[in-house]
Write a protein that binds this ligand. Sequence first.
Ligand code: BG6
Length: 365
Amino acid sequence: GKGGYPFYMEKEIMEQPQVIAETILPRIKDGKPDFSEEGIPDQILKDCKRICVIACGTAMHAGLVGKSLIQAMIGIHVDVVMASEFMYNDPVVNKDTLVIAISQSGETIDTLEALKFARKCGSPSISVVNVKGASIARASEYVIYTNAGPEIAVASTKAYTTQLAVLYLITARMAMARGLWEEERLLSFMNELQRVPQVMAKVLDTKEEIHRLAGVILNAQDVFMIGRGLDYSILLEGSLKLKEVSYIHSEAYASGELKHGTIALITEDTPVVAVVTQDKLKSKEISNIREVQSRGARVVLLIKENETLDEGEQWSCVYRLPKMDDPFMVMPASIVLQLIAYFVSLDKGLDVDKPRNLAKVVTVE
Ligand code: BG6
């Protein structure tokens, strides 16, 4: 059942601390990432010259976070390819390309076909799948299961964050396999990963505060979501979530790109959700927020607790995120974005779990 919640989506959002723990803990031995159960040899993590992530929808958005992590920490190039487009751009993959296929259902035909093609080209492959024994799991050389449990709501939430959790584990194991990090750095990264469930729980405790933030969006026609880097990656997912369950038009825009594109569309009637979680991006992001504020936009700002903000007056809608090391801030921030989408849908009286025209599993190309 729905565990006492009106919709599965809320239940599944609330389950995240638990399922993240269930996804990471079995893969940590002596404080270090461990894929011996999965039988993944370090060699394939060590030898690859680049990575190609293949996925659709939410799973592809998880891949974008993985790309940032791996490029920053391992220093190899990562492509994230929409599976449905993979074949149409003459994909260049070979034995030096590690393919990571991400899929909740493990049955998405676009992802499956792209994975099979890459394997024919000689690429080693790992899939990140939620449903045990699914086609994509069977079609890949190695599989790491997300232990999210059954996800019933069509809009994905806990599958996404468990996919992220696996990508942190892969990043850390890759650093280990390549001898890139001192022991201390590895252990502190893994500690921070293990802190994710408790930090998520803290955010979930503030559900009613997030419900009030959702009120800013409830009657909007259009919403923009802006951020840079990792903040942008999670906003792509936050924006998809809002569109999927509330039918409000929403666009995630890299904040630096806004003035090269559609800033003219931002008016007093366009709420803007801004996420600022990365120290190195903060000042640029804040100045982009000023640009939309000067066009009258009401801004919902997600920022780390203890960040100072001047001009208190202008910041009427600020949500303070519990602090983690910057690469992990996507975890608490994602929960807030999921809940915003959920509450908008709920307050509109929509069928949150079954958005019109969407299917949980898509097995046609
Ligand atoms: C879509 C679903 O059709 O497929 C999305 O509606 C999902 O929610 C996407 O993200 C990919 O699905 P999967 O199962 O491959 O992760």
